[in-house]
Ligand binder design. Sequence first.
Ligand code: PLP
Length: 378
Amino acid sequence: MIYFDNAATTKVSESAAKKAYEVMIECFGNPSSVHDFGYEAEKLLKASRKAILSKLGSIDRGDDFIFTSGGTEANNLAIFGALGARKHGGKTVFFSDSEHASIYAISKELEKTGYTVRYIPTKNGVLDLDFCRQHFSKDTVLISCMYANNETGAVYDIKALDSLRKKLCPNAILHTDAVQAFCKTEKPLCLCGADLISVSGHKVHAPKGSGGLFIKAKTRITPLFFGGGQEKDIRPGTEALPAICAFAQAVQETDEKSNIKAVTEVRDHLVCALSEKLGQVKINLPENYLPYVISLTLPAIKSEVMLRFLSAKGIYVSAGSACTSKHRENRVLSAFGLDSKSADCTIRLSFCEYNTKDEADEFLKALDEGISSLVSLK
Ligand code: PLP
């Protein structure tokens, strides 16, 4: 099998899986229990939180990290939680026009409940900062822009958004969905200036069902659920300790520098070979990007058709975000600048450090075969 769909989900690392097993079998206490066994579980929970805050680059002791079931829940907690804590003030909320479905769906919900929602253009993967300069105002309560795009790999300038926010709407909350950037960049994410940062475990070799929200010191959030006071009452419910400890394990063992080097080698090898085919296959290259994702537009072959062809050969890629692939829409690719025909013929390859150049060569061979046989079927 060749797995080039790591932006959809990753394989759990051996040590993260072992950690989850160990916690399930040996330290299965409830972190809220008041006996020593519960206390041992609470120690693990605290150590996991500390490890993730440290990976995020937090240096302020007032910062916090609230464990959730993953990126979607962290995004919901960030947006609805931050807006819930700000009962007074403006009514305008900004999102980029390239957000993942888990944010886009929230933006649609907000439109229904009386917020004015504006979408910041991101043509070629670049945030339109002039649009922000023109439209950020005292009425702006929240700005949310992803750190890295799941379909194109584009990296957006969150620091520039922070500077504009400070100048034009200093009371607005800045959130970034960093699900595709966490553990994939050498820059500590906290330095981007966002008050709230969403991350997910299953994108970084931890089990599904783990993730969380970074909350900068003094940022107020109201809960979405109510219960027994866990996670500072912001996300009550017994913590999923095995998944949380495995998440911390996977995060701690990530070596961003060496992973980026490994992934870049595979990516550059592919880009180099594909460049020779230009005209046949177009690489949708953002101005700034992480090497983990490449978006390729094929010559008049629908992405689903190529996906099935490659899948029959044991090569797994995707046609965009896994979350929207069952009901395809090209919102993100069209925001990038692709027309709908090109977007329909676009596939996504996404990597992790386990991928190799040999796999890239096998993919290239299969792609070549696919293009020859599928184009000639037309
Ligand atoms: N945000 C982005 C950018 C993503 O790529 C994803 C998943 O693909 C999510 C949020 C949702 O994360 P989760 O699957 O952990 O809910």
